[in-house]
Design a protein. Structure first.
Length: 83
């Protein structure tokens, strides 16, 4: 799905109003995550493995950063992994 195609326009017309409707709810972030996964899967389903790995590692790093005094080390691990 490319940004200048009709499928993306339809995708956006459906997704964006739902995003706005979820503005002040706890479902906003999970909705964005699920829609992001769907968007990447439309281009190449194998990218789901990469983005899921990145999501899980970054979540784990944030949890470690919250409990650690060595935040720069954890941040560096996340940045290097994502690059």
């Amino acid at each position: 799905m490319l940004f200048h195609t009709w499928p993306f326009a339809l995708f956006f017309i459906i997704v964006y109003p739902a995003y706005l409707a979820l503005k002040n709810t706890k479902l906003r972030v999970p909705w964005l995550l699920a829609i992001s996964y769907f968007f990447y899967a439309c281009f190449n389903p194998l990218y789901l493995i990469l983005i899921a790995y990145s999501t899980l590692l970054d979540y784990a790093v944030v949890m470690k950063m919250a409990k650690s005094t060595r935040r720069k080390m954890w941040l560096s691990i996340s940045i290097i992994n994502n690059l």
